[in-house]
Design a protein around this ligand. Structure first.
Ligand SMILES: [Zn+2]
Length: 321
């Protein structure tokens, strides 16, 4: 049986894993991402790290079916190139596939990081290898990936599955994309804090969360969730609005795609069952009746491993075609 390599390329670390064809992680390691000099060391460092590890484990290129990678920026998965990955300082076109195949002698495939994480959760996580799975990730931004009929949705130019830019309030906050009221403006880690600050201004009751905000203390999404767990009135109001927006977006996703599962992951989802229950209430309100009873909301299971596992699964997808 041949093995797979999965790579999750991020702005601070590059994560690697060696997996079996069934998706079982056998080895994991990581290196720092060197974004100096327009990120020109990133790919050479990846090649060196792979070759070093393979010799360490007594493996050779022939032992591998392929390498899959998730990358930030605009990824051309056919040509194997990346451009506009600003957290890597990659502003010009990077021929990643060409370089890594030449440097390792192993076939290489690539997709964007959100899509790859979606594939990971679909294959080995909450998606239970279903054919129709949507992944929504709530982190510093809101991202996502859509798998419909077993295929990742890329759209015409790779902008398919931009779940963070589903508009949930036409009169809402300004988004970095130029529009107003995108899901990302209210459901990301900063979005939750933005809601908390806004509601705090209008709130006149007893609330420790309000006191922290008024006192200028650092308030994060976790602060809001922790206070809601203790029954803080302002925190509960803020989260109700957050659940409404996320439930509205999930309802609409469900109404278009009727996936088996909408998986919610990312740092904000650490709030767990409380978040899931809150979002479900609004999802049930906005989902079409048959969608309501057939599409399930679930919390992501893989955490940080979703990237490397999903990246490895790209190899299996491409070797099928
Ligand atoms: Zn937007």
């Amino acid at each position: 049986m041949k093995k797979l390599i999965g790579i999750d390329l991020g702005g601070t670390t590059v994560k690697f894993a060696i997996l079996t064809e069934e998706g079982e992680v056998q080895q994991k390691w990581s290196i720092e991402t060197d974004i100096q000099d327009a990120g020109k060391n990133i790919v050479p460092n990846i090649i060196e790290s792979i070759n070093h590890r393979l010799s360490l484990y007594g493996l050779s290129a022939d032992d591998f079916l392929g390498i899959g990678m998730g990358s930030p920026g605009t990824v051309d998965s056919e040509k194997g190139t990346v451009i506009g990955a600003f957290n890597l300082n990659w502003t010009t076109l990077q021929p990643v596939k060409e370089l890594i195949e030449a440097g390792t002698g192993i076939p290489f495939c690539i997709d964007n990081d959100a899509n790859v994480a979606a594939l990971g959760e679909r294959w080995k996580g909450a998606g239970e290898n279903g054919a129709d799975v949507v992944f929504v990730t709530l982190g510093t931004g809101v991202g996502g990936g859509i798998i419909a009929d077993g295929n990742l949705i890329h759209g015409k130019v790779g902008a398919g599955g931009e779940i963070g830019h589903i508009i949930v309030d036409t009169e809402g906050y300004q988004c970095t994309c130029g529009n107003k009221g995108c899901l990302e403006t209210v459901a990301s880690a900063t979005g939750v804090v933005r809601l908390a600050r806004d509601f705090s201004e209008k709130f006149s009751g007893e609330s420790e969360l309000k006191w922290l905000i008024d006192d200028g203390q650092e308030v994060t999404a976790k602060t809001v969730f922790d206070h809601a767990k203790r029954g803080d009135k302002l925190a509960l109001i803020v989260l109700d609005k957050f659940y409404y927006y996320l439930g509205l977006a999930c309802g609409n996703i469900g109404n278009i795609l009727n996936p088996e599962t909408i998986v919610i992951g990312g740092g904000v989802s650490a709030a767990g069952e409380m978040l899931l229950t809150g979002v479900e209430e609004y999802f049930h309100k906005f989902a079409f009746p048959t969608v309501r009873t057939s599409t399930k909301l679930k919390l992501a299971l893989l955490g940080n491993d979703a990237g490397v596992i999903g990246a490895a699964s790209l190899v299996k997808q491409s070797s099928k075609n």
